[in-house]
Design a protein around this ligand. Structure first.
Ligand SMILES: *Cc1c(COP(=O)(O)O)cnc(C)c1O
Length: 316
C-alpha cells in the first residue's frame, strides 16, 4: 500500500458517553473523527492522507473534484491540497439532486463550509443546479480541459470514495476498542465499507445509517467494497452482508430531518457534543431509534462521529 501523508492527529479520541449510555440503556462510546485537528475535523481527512499521497506520487499539479457547494469533503480536500502544494478545483452545484428524490435544502452562502472553502483557496467552478450525474460529467469535462491545458490532473470521486479512500477506514478500525457494533453515517460509502471489511471476520457488526434515500446506494457501496477487496486481495463482499439502514434519511439527502435535528439537540444537551444536520445527526437519530426498539440491548456500541459541524451554520 502507498504510504500516506500526514494530515490528521491519530488516533482520534474514543470515549464512553456516560449520560447517553444511562439514558439509552446501552454501553455507548463515541469515536471522535470530528476531532481530527485538521480543517475543522471530519472523516474525509483519513481518506485524504492516502489520496493525496497517490496524487503526489502521480506527479499531479491539480486535483479536480466535485460536490455540493456546502461539501465537507471539499473543505477538507482544499486544506489537504494546500498542505500538498496542489491546486484544488471543485466543480460544484448549490443543490445537486437525484432525479425522483427530494432536492436538498438550499445552504446559506458565505458561511459554513462555503466560507471555509474560500479560506482554503479552493477554486470553484459553479454550474447550474441539476442531477448528480450532470455534476459528475461536468467534473470529467473540467479534468479533460485541465489536461488539454498541459496540467497533470488527479481526479477524485465523490466523497473521496475510491478503494484507497476506503482503505483508510479499513486501517482506522485498529483504533477502536473491542465492541459489538459500530454505527456510522453512510453516503459515498468508503467509511462504512472500510470498517465493514476490517471487521468481516469478527463478531463486531458495522451498521451504516444511509444519508441518501436511493436504493442504488447499495450498488455504490458494493462497487467500493469490490475495489477494496481487490486492493486487499480478499474475496468479494456479498450485498446481503452489508448492514445499511435506509429508514433514517428523512425527507431526502441534504434535507435536515426532524428526528436528526432532535438528535442533535439531545446529544448537545446530554453530552455537550455537536452533530451535523446532513450526516451525523441523522445517523445518531438512527442509533437512538435502534436503542429504543431494543435492537441494541446488551451491546457495547461505538458511534463513529464523522464530523460535518461547519454545516450547522449553513442550514437552519
Ligand atoms: C462525507 C461524510 C459522511 C459520509 O461518509 P462516506 O464515507 O462518504 O460515506 C458522513 N458524515 C459526514 C459529516 C461527512 O462529511
Amino acid at each position: 500500500m502507498i504510504a500516506p501523508i500526514s494530515l490528521i492527529l491519530k488516533p482520534t479520541p474514543c470515549h464512553r458517553l456516560e449520560r447517553a449510555s444511562a439514558a439509552l440503556g446501552i454501553d455507548l462510546w463515541i469515536k471522535r473523527d470530528d476531532l481530527t485537528g485538521f480543517a475543522m475535523g471530519g472523516n474525509k481527512g483519513r481518506k485524504l492522507e492516502y489520496l493525496m499521497a497517490e496524487a503526489i506520487a502521480e506527479g499531479a499539479d491539480v486535483v479536480v473534484a466535485c460536490g455540493s457547494r456546502e461539501s465537507n469533503f471539499i473543505r477538507q480536500l482544499g486544506a489537504a491540497c494546500a498542505v500538498a502544494g496542489l491546486a484544488c478545483v471543485a466543480v460544484v452545484m448549490n443543490q445537486p439532486h437525484e432525479p425522483g428524490y427530494a432536492v436538498p435544502t438550499a445552504p446559506r452562502i458565505g458561511v459554513g463550509n462555503d466560507r471555509l472553502n474560500e479560506i482554503f483557496g479552493v477554486e470553484f467552478e459553479e454550474i447550474p443546479d441539476g442531477p448528480w450525474d450532470d455534476l459528475f460529467e461536468a467534473a470529467r469535462l473540467r479534468a479533460r480541459h485541465e489536461r488539454d491545458a498541459g496540467q497533470r490532473v488527479y481526479e477524485i470521486p465523490i466523497g473521496g470514495s475510491s478503494p484507497l479512500g476506503a482503505y483508510a477506514f479499513f486501517e482506522a478500525a485498529d483504533e477502536l476498542p473491542i465492541c459489538d457494533r459500530v454505527v456510522t453515517a453512510t453516503s459515498s460509502g468508503s467509511t462504512h465499507i472500510g470498517l465493514h471489511m476490517a471487521f468481516r471476520d469478527f463478531p463486531t457488526q458495522v451498521t451504516g445509517i444511509a444519508c441518501d434515500p436511493e436504493p442504488a446506494l447499495l450498488d455504490d457501496l458494493i462497487a467500493v467494497a469490490n475495489g477494496l477487496s481487490d486492493l486487499l486481495d480478499q474475496p468479494k463482499v456479498a450485498p446481503d452482508d452489508i448492514d445499511l439502514r435506509r429508514e433514517f434519511v428523512g425527507p431526502g439527502y441534504g434535507v435536515p430531518s426532524e428526528s436528526g435535528n432532535a438528535a442533535i439537540e439531545w446529544l448537545a444537551r446530554t453530552e455537550g457534543i455537536l452533530l451535523d444536520p446532513i450526516y451525523s445527526g441523522k445517523a445518531f437519530s438512527g442509533l437512538m431509534e435502534m436503542a429504543r426498539s431494543g435492537e441494541l440491548a446488551g451491546e457495547t456500541v461505538v458511534f463513529w462521529h464523522t464530523g460535518g459541524l461547519p454545516s450547522l451554520f449553513a442550514f437552519r
